[in-house]
Design a binder for this molecule. Structure first.
Ligand code: SF4
Ligand code: SF4
Length: 67
């Protein structure tokens, strides 16, 4: 099953990935990161199809996709 990880140390909370995901898998976290942002996080892991759109739009290379 495909899976993604968001690195909260790199994420700057722009939510481009949230908007780009065709399956609406990602959401804004309610937890503040150590770097002072609300990072994105997985909202629906099972819906992920591994398309890597989130990875492609992230300007901070904060997302890793595992296929
Ligand atoms: S696109 Fe990258 S920096 Fe922006 S919210 Fe998503 S993971 Fe964070
Ligand atoms: S790999 Fe595709 S389906 Fe999975 S979270 Fe990223 S954009 Fe959404």
């Amino acid at each position: 099953m495909p899976k993604i990880e968001v690195d909260p140390k790199l994420c700057k909370g722009c939510y481009l990935c949230v908007k780009a995901c065709p399956k609406k898998c990602l959401k804004k976290s309610d937890k503040f990161s150590k770097t002072g942002y609300y990072p994105s996080e997985m909202a629906d892991e099972k819906a992920c199809i591994g398309c890597a759109m989130c990875y492609a739009v992230c300007p901070d290379l904060a997302i890793t996709v595992f296929k």
